[in-house]
Design a protein around this ligand. Structure first.
Ligand code: DGL
Length: 286
């Protein structure tokens, strides 16, 4: 059966697939949980290849294709590319290759930033690959050619978050060094263009000041997923109860589970390593 957009329709009961280079995409999953409470979800974290943010377009695209193929095996009705770097560099190729809808985080984040800005001066922070791709800038300019865009790669933020360094003198100093130029450009809106950065909201807000609106792409992406499912008549009915999210990784399931709970702000029951029968379970559920 073919949908109105030419997409092959699968049933409302089919899961949503979400992938990221690792745990960062759980910030998107968190928003999907609140926006789409009845949906079953399969999450894949490509932890064997993390980080994506320092890699080439060719490599990131190859990983992303493999990730979508893996999720496709679950009969996913849509896939969300929850990684800013993968969305920036591989989304166009993914859309060409797969017949079901695939959405990324860039356009939703840009849309939200355009709604937030009053002075038309928007900052973007992200990984080197995301900033180098110019994806957010292109998306913002598609919405309004006159918008002024200022970008800064903040490569040290990802390892800080992964290490749980969300505050303190060192993080503050690094944040000031990265963000000072953006402050000087008098932006009134800043896109947190990386899955990890919402966890640094406190320090980024302290550095930028309260007058700068921080945009988390994850929120708008979840809203876009909801309206896409509604449009395609694929949204799970409210009365359905969600089954436990299935988490898969390509390496280190236990590490994913422990760190992931911090990102998700809730317990993760079990994580399976792809190609391995071993499943890591939360101690409380053993
Ligand atoms: N998930 C990546 C992003 O949002 C950050 C981590 C990485 O570099 O893989 O850009």
């Amino acid at each position: 059966m073919s949908g109105t957009n030419g997409y092959k329709k699968s049933g409302v009961d089919q899961p949503i697939g979400i992938f990221d280079s690792g745990i960062g995409g759980l910030t998107v999953l968190r928003e999907v949980y609140s926006e789409l409470p009845a949906e079953d979800i399969v999450y894949f974290g490509d932890t064997a290849h993390l980080p994506y943010g320092t890699k080439s377009k060719e490599t990131i695209t190859k990983f992303s294709i493999d990730n979508v193929k893996f999720l496709q095996g679950f009969g996913t009705k849509i896939v969300i590319v929850a990684c800013n770097t993968a969305s920036s560099l591989s989304l166009d190729e993914l859309k060409k290759r797969f017949s079901f809808p695939i959405i990324g985080v860039i356009d939703p984040g840009a849309k939200q930033a355009m709604q937030a800005t009053k002075n038309g001066r928007i900052g973007i922070i992200g990984t080197k690959a995301t900033i180098g791709s110019g994806s957010y800038e292109a998306s913002l300019k598609r919405l309004d050619k006159s918008v002024k865009v200022f970008s800064e790669a903040c490569p040290l933020f990802v390892p800080f978050v992964e290490e749980g360094w969300l505050d303190g003198e060192v993080v503050s100093k690094v944040a000031e060094t990265y963000l000072e130029p953006l402050k000087n450009f008098k932006i009134d809106t800043l896109i947190l263009g990386c899955t990890h950065y919402p966890l640094l909201t406190r320090i980024i807000r302290k550095t930028m000041g309260d007058s700068v609106r921080l945009v988390n792409s994850a929120e708008e992406t979840a809203k876009e997923a909801r309206s896409l499912l509604e449009r395609l008549k694929l949204k799970a009915p409210k009365e359905k109860s969600r089954t436990d999210t299935r988490f898969y990784v390509s390496d280190e399931p236990e590490q994913f589970r422990t760190f992931g709970e911090r990102f998700l702000a809730r317990p993760i029951q079990s994580v399976a390593k792809v190609g391995d029968t071993r499943i890591v379970r939360n101690r409380s559920s053993r």
